[in-house]
Design a protein around this ligand. Structure first.
Ligand code: TYD
Length: 140
């Protein structure tokens, strides 16, 4: 779908398979080729984020992202230009798929939280919409 037309309906929480060790050695989660609907071209992570800070505050024209709270928790505020929703990520085996054309803000980071981001494209500043007014205009 064209990024101007994507709505909150296209956001997905994806359960990541968890392999629990039978001998009590902890859990292992794995993301494979078919787990998410795009090929990963870039991986980055947010950490040491102060609890009063917020990240994001932009949308992407082409980029798909998959966010995981590897540790701790944080809130993701999502906005398609019409509706808004907030999703709390707090499990290493639960990921949030954010398609292109969705405004996102990340806030309320717990102490020691780590946000892993799998991205469908390499970093490209041209792909960002960083002004909310411009985002609303873009979404028509
Ligand atoms: P930004 O995407 O604005 O971070 P956030 O959405 O988490 O608030 O990026 C912050 C800075 O890091 C900005 O100067 C661009 C740079 N950056 C890269 O160089 N490569 C990357 O892959 C990313 C995500 C950001």
């Amino acid at each position: 779908m064209e990024s101007k037309k994507t709505t909150l309906e296209s956001i997905k929480i994806i359960e990541i398979p968890k392999i629990e060790d039978k001998k009590g050695r902890g859990n292992l989660s794995v993301i494979e080729k078919d787990s998410i609907p795009f090929a990963v071209k870039r991986v980055y992570y947010l950490y040491d984020v102060p609890s009063n800070a917020y990240r994001g505050g932009h949308a992407h024209k082409n980029l798909f992202q998959f966010l995981i709270a590897l540790s701790g928790s944080f809130d993701v505020v999502l906005d398609d230009g019409i509706k808004k929703t907030t999703i709390t990520l707090n499990k290493p085996n639960k990921g949030l798929l954010i398609p292109k054309g969705i405004w996102r803000e990340l806030e309320n980071f717990s102490s020691g939280s780590v946000c892993l981001v799998l991205a469908s494209e390499e970093y490209d500043e041209e792909d960002y919409i960083r002004k909310y007014k411009q985002f609303l205009k873009y979404k028509g």
